[in-house]
Design a protein around this ligand. Structure first.
Ligand SMILES: Cc1cc2nc3c(=O)[nH]c(=O)nc-3n(C[C@H](O)[C@H](O)[C@H](O)COP(=O)(O)OP(=O)(O)OC[C@H]3O[C@@H](n4cnc5c(N)ncnc54)[C@H](O)[C@@H]3O)c2cc1C
Length: 358
């Protein structure tokens, strides 16, 4: 119970995969405030399909107002945290009884849903009007984009340049090799251990020099390198001592930030030793919702729930019908992982989780 006798105030910073589900789950039990610079939740893993089929984004970009009924939505960015409040870029002070930090990665896309739809439209125009496309980065984003273009536009020449020695370095070597074989079978040229100077990129230049002196010719390019964590804003806050040397928030097993009883962190921003994935951010969200419900009743009668990491699972889509799955003891490529992820990219499942029509 809050000091004024009302429901306790829970401020959730970040309306991505984890923060959005937490805010939605908790809204019947608490006075929830969701703080996010965007007016929508983006299902990130639908991003690459939306670049080849912009209408796909109509279901994967969800206004926060579509799933939050009683929670308050504040459209701004957190710039500071004190013992009692979150301060926003537009000068608001959001008092909290409990705080959850779920800021994942730095946001680089449009802050409004309409603007984001336009971004997908213009990416699609760029792909359609090009005969050749250069993709920079061989992580999940670069690989999934190369696959989407190779499947939907097989006549286009796709080149992928990767700084590392194998694709998808977060999965095992056998799975990386299967992914490379699949891309090669679709005539994607993959260049390893080379990089392109990002500072030299322009939208008019068609010749790209790599670090090893090779020249790639392409009508357009897409930069698909990992985005930095959104934690630099925490450097001057009460949580500055709770960051590890990679800028991740150190959490206890119950997902409370180390040293704090009423502050939690979830999702990619945490130092939990696991592959950073949305389905895990959702697990964190549900666990923290459970713990907050216990704490909001007063000193918890039972112990808080704790989180434990599982076997590292990974599913990478390879165009509309095929995929690659790293499961316990086996790696699969082809139609079976494709059936699980690639057709709908879990958009229906995620929408249902948010209480919406598939
Ligand atoms: C191409 C691609 C494919 C993927 N495929 C899969 C997949 O198949 N399965 C899977 O499980 N995962 C997948 N992932 C990973 C998944 O998207 C992330 O793990 C997940 O989004 C992390 O959720 P999060 O809530 O921690 O952060 P995010 O979803 O990144 O959300 C962070 C939110 O915080 C907000 N924010 C940032 N800074 C501030 C601030 N200072 N103040 C207020 N708000 C702030 C942002 O606007 C954003 O809304 C994929 C990711 C990509 C990019």
């Amino acid at each position: 119970m809050a000091a004024d006798g009302g429901k306790p105030r829970v401020v959730v910073v970040g309306g991505g995969i984890g923060g959005a589900l937490l805010a939605k789950t908790l809204q019947p039990d608490a006075d929830v405030v969701l703080l996010d610079p965007k007016d929508y939740l983006e299902i990130n893993w639908a991003e690459l399909r939306s670049m080849v089929e912009p209408s796909f984004a109509e279901r994967s970009l969800i206004y926060h107002t579509d799933y939050l009924t009683t929670a308050t939505i504040v459209t701004s960015t957190a710039v500071n945290i004190t013992e009692h409040a979150v301060l926003t870029a537009d000068g608001q002070s959001l008092a909290y009884d409990f705080l959850v930090v779920a800021t994942g990665h730095v946001m680089t896309s449009s802050g409004n849903r309409t603007g984001r739809l336009t971004e997908f439209q213009s990416d699609n125009e760029k792909i359609k009007s090009s005969e050749s496309v250069l993709i920079i980065g061989g992580g999940p984003t670069g690989v999934e984009l190369a696959a989407e273009i190779a499947v939907d536009y097989p006549e286009k020449k796709v080149t992928l340049v990767h700084r590392g020695s194998r694709l998808l370095e977060f999965i095992d070597k056998k799975a990386s090799k299967k992914c490379l074989d699949w891309l090669t079978s679709k005539k994607v040229d993959v260049l390893f251990q080379q990089s392109v100077d990002l500072g030299s990129l322009s939208n008019t230049e068609k010749f790209y020099k790599t670090s090893s002196g090779e020249t790639i010719t392409a009508d357009c390019h897409f930069v698909c390198i990992g985005k930095p964590l959104s934690s630099s804003w925490l450097h001057d806050t009460i949580l500055k001592e709770s960051l590890d040397n990679k800028g991740r928030i150190m959490v206890e097993k119950d997902l409370r930030v180390k040293g704090y009883n009423n502050i939690f962190a979830i999702g990619d921003i945490t130092d939990i030793p696991e592959i950073k994935q949305g389905y895990l951010a959702q697990k964190h969200a549900l666990l923290v919702a459970k713990n907050l419900k216990l704490l909001m009743k007063g000193p918890p009668a039972s112990k808080l729930a704790t989180y434990s990491t599982g076997y590292p699972l990974a599913l990478v889509s390879l165009g509309r019908n095929e995929g690659l799955a790293q499961l316990p003891f086996v790696t699969l490529t082809g139609c079976i992982p494709g059936m699980i992820k690639s057709r709908d990219l879990f958009v229906s499942k995620t929408r249902k989780q948010m209480g919406l029509n598939a």
